[in-house]
Design a protein around this ligand. Structure first.
Ligand SMILES: Cc1cc2nc3c(=O)[nH]c(=O)nc-3n(C[C@H](O)[C@H](O)[C@H](O)COP(=O)(O)OP(=O)(O)OC[C@H]3O[C@@H](n4cnc5c(N)ncnc54)[C@H](O)[C@@H]3O)c2cc1C
Ligand SMILES: *[C@@H]1O[C@H](CO)[C@@H](O)[C@H](O)[C@H]1NC(C)=O
Ligand SMILES: *[C@@H]1O[C@H](CO)[C@@H](O)[C@H](O)[C@H]1NC(C)=O
Ligand SMILES: *[C@@H]1O[C@H](CO)[C@@H](O)[C@H](O)[C@H]1NC(C)=O
Ligand SMILES: *[C@@H]1O[C@H](CO)[C@@H](O)[C@H](O)[C@H]1NC(C)=O
Ligand SMILES: *[C@@H]1O[C@H](CO)[C@@H](O)[C@H](O)[C@H]1NC(C)=O
Ligand SMILES: *[C@@H]1O[C@H](CO)[C@@H](O)[C@H](O)[C@H]1NC(C)=O
Ligand SMILES: *[C@@H]1O[C@H](CO)[C@@H](O)[C@H](O)[C@H]1NC(C)=O
Length: 571
């Protein structure tokens, strides 16, 4: 904690112009950054006595710490070679090429005794980024050597965008700037033309817990993820960034005011509504790790947001779960119009509402309350005088376990489908299928509904976000020690579920961050054809040499498949 506080006080150093000399070798890069390039080792390595076929000494104390914290996001996030989801660490296409523990029992010796720790999809090297020059030097090295660059912040990516075998990872976690502005004017804009906002600037390594805490200290509210450790300036805000407050206050991309970014062509740029507008638009939804390395971003903040919380749950069997979901479907549109946001997790929901009074909130939730309480369940309503109280009591308590393979596979569900009986019937059929298969529905309800944006092309995320009410998730997993056939089978099921949802939501889209990584028509699903074409033109302008080439990111081509560990699943 002391270290973090210290880091928070030292802002990013901005070097004057020419720190960008040509760098041709890893050694030259290392000396230009004063020895901060390191071999990147897998998180679980301390438990093994063999690494890439060579004998190594295990480190019992370090191994024990890894085992004890295997499922902890706060522990993992401080390690450059650790990721939240196991598919980011392992080479998914080659089960022998990995260095993971048995996530169901991290002390299980089967995983590491007599086993070789292999690098998997963990980048070969990492550079702990401290300033703009580091990034410029890394890009120069990448251009000369052909070594791909990957940006690694918190390591939450579900699509392995922050890992990549053989790459040099730019590790941003220690860019810890936090700055409050009571009248922020984006650089180059005129304060008199409405460009003056309460805002917070966050360094690239700041996570949601730190952003929420800092906002609270300044008596304002900032939007971020339903997680302590997701980063606010990385993949969250650069892809969409949904929050339980988004129905009323918009997405992360709607609220970001400015990016400070280093592009792969070596430029240090400020992107906002008044300069480098094309890049600003691309960074507002085009995806992380694609257009450059964001050093910091500035976000609109609100005065304290008082709100009502509804926590409704029943103990269910498959019949009551399906009936409960029918109520959820019926209420989706009225609740969206009333400003509710939250999550449905199987037979429970936790929603918040910043615009209804307590009485109106109870009335609005009546059908869900009645269903739950008449089936042995409960309904709790609570008033919070700011988002932060809710965050501490509910978000922190609901942290997701990590260290397992977790493939997300969600689709955005348009209002037009939820608003009509045939659409709801089709969705209920889908839910019946997944419940019968032993899954439990998971629905983030965090699309802008009451919120209206300034124009219809302010962001580059899929436009489906602005006409949808639900993100309906289907996830998939495979065991730490699964065979390739087992992995292929898991992905086949995921692909079928995706196809089912696509058939119910034609012309809709998916949130790339939480979508099936193997979505076949990914450009259309994740951005829409029109946005994709514009994003590709911007990618060509700033990254013509494709130094950044993550899996199915803007500019990805079939020929890039061998860069990834997903080749066996390419469809
Ligand atoms: C437990 C969990 C909870 C989540 N909750 C939410 C939620 O409530 N709302 C929501 O919208 N999403 C949520 N997500 C999805 C999350 O937003 C994405 O996984 C996001 O990509 C994470 O970004 P990161 O920077 O923290 O992670 P990383 O894995 O480090 O990076 C993700 C991507 O961003 C890129 N990137 C990171 N930093 C930078 C930078 N400085 N410049 C350029 N590119 C960068 C990386 O290269 C990669 O492409 C959740 C994910 C998990 C695992
Ligand atoms: C970079 O230099 C430092 C300091 O000299 C050294 O400890 C480190 O091993 C070097 N990194 C690599 C990848 O060689
Ligand atoms: C949206 O704005 C971007 C950035 O200015 C531009 O490249 C793109 O063509 C625009 N798209 C539409 C449909 O107007
Ligand atoms: C916080 O802000 C609110 C509204 O902006 C104000 O009413 C309140 O007095 C402030 N509280 C503190 C402790 O500054
Ligand atoms: C599920 O629970 C409900 C009410 O609690 C009960 O009436 C019903 O018979 C149960 N159904 C099954 C399949 O167990
Ligand atoms: C409850 O459900 C009924 C029947 O579907 C509907 O007519 C009514 O509007 C709902 N009430 C609320 C408060 O949503
Ligand atoms: C994986 O390990 C588990 C124990 O954690 C064991 O039961 C299972 O048989 C193993 N599976 C394979 C495919 O080896
Ligand atoms: C997936 O869908 C295809 C085509 O509809 C079907 O042949 C296959 O059996 C399905 N696989 C699974 C695992 O459901």
């Amino acid at each position: 904690m002391a270290l973090l506080l210290l880091a928070a006080l030292s802002p990013i150093t901005i070097h004057a112009a020419d720190c960008g000399k040509v760098i041709k070798s890893l050694d030259a890069l290392n000396s230009s950054v004063h020895g901060r390039v390191h071999v990147n080792t897998p998180f679980a390595l301390p438990c093994f006595s063999s690494y890439e076929g060579r004998a190594v000494a295990p480190d019992a104390a370090a191994c024990q710490a890894v085992q004890e914290n295997y499922a902890s996001p706060t522990f993992r996030t401080e390690y450059p070679g650790a990721y939240m989801n196991a598919q980011d660490e392992m080479c998914s296409s080659d089960p022998a090429n990995q260095c993971v523990l048995d996530n169901t029992k991290p002390t299980d010796p089967l995983a590491y005794v007599g086993k070789d720790c292999r690098q998997g999809d963990v980048p070969a090297y990492y550079l702990e980024v401290t300033d703009v020059c580091d990034v410029q030097a890394a890009f120069s090295f990448s251009r000369s050597s052909g070594t791909p660059i990957v940006v690694k912040n918190s390591g939450h990516d579900y699509l392995s965008h922050s890992s990549q075998k053989g790459a040099l990872a730019l590790w941003t976690r220690n860019l810890q700037k936090l700055e409050y502005h009571d009248a922020f004017v984006p650089k180059g804009c005129s304060a008199t033309k409405g460009h003056k906002h309460m805002a917070i600037t966050t360094g690239a390594g700041v996570n949601c817990d730190q952003a929420y805490g800092f906002a609270n200290e300044n008596n304002v509210t900032i939007l971020c993820a339903y997680s302590e450790t997701v980063g606010i300036s990385g993949g969250w805000v650069q892809t969409a960034g949904h929050s339980v407050l988004s129905p009323v206050y918009g997405l992360g991309v709607d609220r970001v005011l400015e990016f400070h970014v280093v592009t792969p062509d070596g430029q240090e740029l400020i992107a906002n509504a008044c300069q480098n507008q094309d890049l600003f638009w691309a960074l507002r939804g085009g995806g992380g790790g694609t257009f450059g390395v964001v050093m910091e971003s500035t976000h609109l903040v609100e005065p304290p947001v008082p709100m009502v919380m509804a926590d409704i749950a029943l103990t269910s069997n498959s019949t009551t779960l399906l009936e409960w979901m029918a109520v959820m479907l019926e209420e989706a549109a009225p609740w969206a119009d009333a400003g509710w946001g939250g999550h449905i997790t199987g037979s429970s929901l936790i929603y918040v509402n910043p615009i209804l009074s307590m009485d109106a909130a109870k009335e609005s939730m009546k059908n869900a309350t009645d269903y739950a309480t008449s089936h042995g369940g409960s309904a709790v309503f609570k008033y919070f005088d700011s988002f932060y109280g809710f965050y501490e009591e509910y978000v922190v308590a609901n942290a997701v376990t990590v260290g397992n393979t977790h493939l997300a596979g969600s689709r955005l569900i348009p209002r037009s489908v939820l608003d009509n009986e045939d659409g709801r019937k089709a969705l209920l059929g889908f839910l019946e299928d997944i419940i019968a298969a032993g899954s439990s529905p998971y629905v983030p309800v965090s699309m802008p509904t009451v919120y209206k944006r300034d124009g219809d092309n302010t962001t580059s995320t899929t436009p489906a976000f602005y006409s949808s009410l639900w993100e309906l998730g289907v996830s998939s997993t495979w065991a730490w020690n699964s065979t390739l056939d087992q992995r292929l089978a898991a992905v086949e099921v995921l692909n079928n579920r995706t196809a089912q949802l696509e058939a119910i939501t034609p012309g809709g889209g998916a949130y790339m961050n939480e979508a099936n990584p193997f979505t076949s028509d990914w450009q259309e699903s994740w951005w829409g054809k029109e946005n994709y074409a514009s994003l590709l033109a911007i990618k060509n302008r700033y990254d013509p040499d494709r130094l950044l080439r993550c899996w199915r990111c803007v500019g990805w081509e079939e020929s890039n498949v061998q860069d990834s560990c997903f080749e066996a699943f390419n469809n």
